[in-house]
Design a protein around this ligand. Structure first.
Ligand SMILES: Nc1ncnc2c1ncn2[C@@H]1O[C@H](COP(=O)(O)OP(=O)(O)O)[C@@H](O)[C@H]1O
Ligand SMILES: [Mg+2]
Length: 392
């Protein structure tokens, strides 16, 4: 069982209040890679120690991921978005039911992130009214109905309503899980790469760095007709084109100061087509270079935004990108001397960490514990994020 973060102020308060009960939960996550749903069945105690009992994933059928990507690329009509909201609710419900069958028990609650189809945390007003917004679909009423379990979701909305960017939300759980005893970078490599900096030397902060697997997946699909570069084999067989890499690094987002978040609104198909104009001819070299971009943008972001605030003793990698050996090789090359670990080294399956994080956030919703970190999201105040669809 993972022990609570005794030095974290939030945890400390929780321990002192000592009024929160142990609950079982299913956390569910589907990220910007649009590869499918990851779910974990976990027991969470009032002091935020936890135990993962079982995990489960289902991949999106090709038709569904294509339609989600259409929506994320602003190429879906409202009819399709309306239907997808319920289709995904039923699919999330199915995923939870399969995990319930595997575990042999129903959880006290389900916490579902949903599937982001649009994220506009900083946008122009409409008719003089603030239009900052985000949309995660996979309706929680449908999940509650399909499973008979109280379901929490729509986490990001409240943080945006409180003036934040609605992201990143996982740092809250990172603090609980990893504590702040030594300076660590908790580095997720999903569709987008994002980091949480946990250090005794500074307040916890986090931001989206840039494309994680998103552009790699796009080009591997385009040139090799595969969903992703398994273990980074294609990248490892190619040569990095330093000229193209330097061009790619000129993207202004990388130079912006945190807090900042990004997604398919920037690094989408159009973006990929645009950058391809200057790409090398050899397709393996394209994959090698775009994979190096993932590693290099991480290293550059640490140098610009992290090291001025704190040294980093170790990096803890998570997300599907941990399986890409070319990404890891790149990180070792660009950040020599920093130990690189994985969530698995801490007993947490790399693929399910974000699902675990949303289970923790959902626990807070039900217990009315503030669960955003304003220093990470830019919100004006701490708020209790999450909405509830009761089982009955
Ligand atoms: N064996 C593997 N080798 C290389 N990359 C992998 C492997 N398994 C998964 N991935 C990458 O991880 C991605 C999914 O990561 P995930 O953490 O689920 O991201 P997201 O949260 O954006 O959905 C896949 O799209 C793929 O690019
Ligand atoms: Mg995923």
């Amino acid at each position: 069982m993972h022990k609570p973060a005794a030095k974290s102020i939030i945890c400390y308060n929780l321990v002192m209040k000592n009024r929160h009960e142990t609950k079982t939960a299913i956390g569910m996550m589907s990220g910007t890679s649009v590869d499918g749903i990851d779910a974990c069945f976990v027991r969470i105690c009032g002091d935020f120690s936890f135990e993962i009992l079982k995990t489960h994933s289902i991949g999106y059928p090709a038709e569904i991921s294509e339609k989600i990507l259409a929506a994320a690329n602003n190429k879906a009509d409202t009819e399709l978005i309306c239907k997808l909201n319920f289709v995904l609710g039923r699919l999330f419900g199915r995923c939870a039911n399969e995990l319930i069958a595997k575990t042999g028990q129903k959880p006290d609650f389900i916490a579902s992130h949903g599937q982001t189809v649009f994220h506009a945390p900083k946008t122009a007003e409409i008719s003089g009214i603030n239009a900052n917004s985000t949309l995660q679909i996979g309706d929680i009423s449908v999940i509650a109905q399909e499973t008979g379990v109280t379901t929490v979701g729509n986490f990001r909305a409240r943080d945006i309503a409180a003036g934040g960017q609605g992201a990143p939300l996982v740092p809250f759980a990172d603090e609980m899980i990893f504590k702040k005893e030594i300076p660590r970078a908790i580095q997720n490599i999903g569709g987008i790469s994002n980091v949480t900096v946990l250090s005794p030397n500074c307040e916890t902060f986090a931001f989206d760095i840039g494309p994680g697997n998103m552009l790699i997946d796009y080009f591997v699909k385009k040139f090799f007709n595969k969903p992703f570069d398994k273990d980074g084999e294609i990248a490892l067989s190619g040569k990095i084109d330093e000229n193209w890499l330097n061009e790619l690094l000129k993207e202004p987002y990388y130079a912006e100061f945190p807090p900042k978040t990004t997604g398919r609104e920037l690094f989408n198909d159009e973006y990929a087509q645009k950058i391809l104009k200057f790409a090398p001819e050899n397709k393996n070299d394209v994959i090698a270079t775009i994979t190096a971009l993932t590693a290099k943008t991480i290293a550059e972001a640490y140098k610009k935004f992290v090291f001025p605030k704190t040294e980093i003793k170790e990096i803890v990698l998570g997300g599907g990108g941990v399986y890409n050996k070319a990404v890891i090789a790149g990180l070792k090359r660009y950040l020599p001397g920093i130990e690189i670990k994985k969530h698995a080294d801490f007993g947490i399956n790399d693929k399910y960490k974000e699902a675990l994080a949303f289970a923790m956030l959902g626990y807070c919703t039900l217990e009315r514990i503030e669960n955003n970190l304003p220093a990470c999201t830019g919100a004006k105040m701490p708020v209790v994020m999450g909405e509830i669809a009761y089982s009955g």
